[in-house]
Design a protein around this ligand. Sequence first.
Ligand code: MTE
Length: 315
Amino acid sequence: MLIKKPEDLRYSEITPRPVYLNRRRFLAGLPVALAGGRELLSPIRARAAGGRFANLVKSPFSTTEKPNSLNDVTHYNNFYEFGTGKDQPAKLAQKFKPGPDWRVSVEGAVAKPRKFALDELVALAPMEERIYRHRCVEAWSIVVPWVGYSLSVLLKQAQPTAKAQYVAFESYYSSSMMLSSEQAGIEFPYVEGLRLDEAMHPLAMLTFGMYGDSLPPQDGAPVRLTVPWKYGFKSIKSLVKIKLVEKQPASTWNLTNSREYGFYSNVNPQVDHPRWSQASERRLGEFFKRPTQMFNGYGNDVASLYNGMDLKKNY
Ligand code: MTE
């Protein structure tokens, strides 16, 4: 079997429309930018000419830590629909090619339910590059330059009603292309949830790309969530449904083993997983462990969401 090397992968094959859309925007802006002078040739804009996301805005939420390599981030994944081993999604997800007919339904307790096409989602807000720490419950971490914008932008479009207290998320599932629930050991489709105020927090990100390009299939193409202060399993991949609901929704790992995986799953070095410590973590590619930070280092931004809450009980 021929396995494509990462440098052979053309992400533009996977989600061409958002890339083309940005490319068109890039070309439309060309005369103005040219008139504005040399800044046109900034690295991000120049790369856009090759079919990548154009006009990426640098985010104030970015960490200054060094990102992992693209190779690291695309070859050590959890995506159970495509295998339970960390190296399997990179191989088995390549046949998954979400096209321009992809839709994300925003529904439930909203005044304006709507199915969004991918290019509509891409056009909703300027694309930001946000370099986030990404901490997995299995005590490894990576640093990734994601591309996207705050989930709140999309939720506001739908206008949540007073009944909306939580947000339920659902991944795409195809039994012909993906593992069965029996094979993976978890129920499909993969589901996740956030409280509405968590989902509206600007750090919660609707993510369309990484390293300036569209998301590769194993990282959750064409659109996923990134919630950097929570364990990685809250960051649901390949999103098709977002439902505003009144009651706390189900989440896949909580359904699988509620003693080990709670609804909140905030990164917390003081609350161990029943089978291992969460006090430290290994950054992918590094030998020595580093201490884990409360809320994965995003405490200044998000701790107030949990004022008065017992974080040992609400793990
Ligand atoms: N989303 C879906 N649909 N299926 C999954 O198996 N795994 C989760 C999360 N989102 C998962 C998912 C887990 S356990 C982690 S740690 C992160 O994706 C991994 O994201 P990454 O592969 O981009 O690092």
